[in-house]
Design a protein around this ligand. Structure first.
Ligand code: AMP
Ligand code: FES
Ligand code: ZN
Length: 302
């Protein structure tokens, strides 16, 4: 197979795009996908400082590199979860990568908030990965707003987005379907959220990371054994293999045809979040989920 751009021997075949690239042209293709996503959804305005949430995995580190190379003003944010045999490596990967690029990185330690994940896991009887996701999103948003970052970027890829959409569709969860997408505009109490990698699959980003020599952690969350997303991801890779392009079609068609319907439904409900009585960040209850988690962990300590 030959490279679509320069006709050299291809190294990466992309059946969903019906094409292939050599090692030099492939990163250019990846960058153009990210540039297109940013442009099409007006994710970043000129002069915006971009806060990138980095886990130490390939997706968020590749996103950092791409945004930096595209000329954006990038600041990293890592949340240290304090999970044994996992968090130290994740943090070191972020710190090493940002030091190499000469970019600023802030680390928030959940331990200092009284919310180290192993402690929260031992006190709260809900699936820990969803609690952990809530904590991370809360601290991303809080940090962005308190430090005047208008935009918060995460490394979610097409496989993440498709499996989430699939999970929401199986449950026909109107509320989640109304605001799933690569861009969530800023609202009171929320920074703008963007997912510039949403058009790239895990496979495509893995190839990019390899070719660009990105030093990232590979192991996923050690607590995620019972999560349903890996099952959906498996189903979708089988489908994609037999029907190249199925993932991107499912997702893009949802954005065009499905999401506006659910968003209109959500507007009709007119349920606006109100400030949490404790921390002031938006919530649909009196006290936000994170303040409730904090109280539960502290109660148990007494
Ligand atoms: P995940 O939910 O683990 O698939 O992660 C999705 C995205 O959330 C990643 O690409 C990162 O942008 C961000 N993220 C996940 N974990 C962390 C973390 N501990 N610190 C900062 N950002 C994170
Ligand atoms: Fe954080 Fe599983 S505990 S993702
Ligand atoms: Zn609160």
């Amino acid at each position: 197979m030959k490279c679509r751009k320069c006709k050299a021997v291809a190294a990466v075949a992309l059946p969903s795009h019906n094409t292939a690239f050599c090692p030099d042209c492939y990163p250019v293709f990846v960058r153009s996908q990210v540039e297109r996503a940013i442009h099409r959804h007006k994710m970043i305005a000129p002069g915006d400082r971009v806060l990138v949430a980095v886990s130490g995995g390939k997706d968020s580190l590749a996103l950092t590199l791409l945004l930096h190379e595209l000329g954006h003003d990038v600041h990293g944010l890592h949340v240290d979860l304090d999970i044994p045999n996992s968090s130290t490596d994740a943090r070191a990967a972020c710190e090493g990568f940002f030091a190499k690029l000469g970019l600023p990185l802030t680390v928030i330690e959940l331990r200092r908030e009284g919310l180290a994940i192993p402690l929260v896991k031992s006190r709260i009887k809900r699936p820990i990965c969803s609690v952990c996701g809530k904590l991370k999103r809360y601290y991303f948003n809080k940090f962005a707003l308190e430090n005047d970052y208008p935009v918060l970027a995460t490394g979610h890829n097409l496989d993440d987005e498709v499996s989430r959409l699939f999970a929401n569709t199986i449950r026909w969860d109107h509320a989640y379907l109304s605001d799933q997408g690569p861009l969530l505009p800023a609202e009171s109490g929320f920074a703008r959220k963007i997912k510039p990698m949403y058009r790239l699959t895990e496979f495509e980003i893995a190839n990019f990371s390899f070719l660009r020599g990105i030093d990232h952690v590979i192991a996923g969350c050690p607590y995620s054994g019972k999560a349903s997303f890996p099952i959906y991801k498996g189903l979708w890779s089988g489908l994609e293999e037999r029907m190249p392009g199925a993932k991107v079609q499912f997702y893009e068609n949802f954005l065009r045809e499905g999401r506006p319907v659910f968003a209109a439904w959500s507007d009709q409900q007119g349920q606006l979040p109100t400030p949490c009585t404790e921390c002031g960040y938006p919530t649909s209850a009196e006290r936000c989920g994170v303040c409730r988690i904090k109280a539960m962990v502290a109660d148990d300590e007494k």
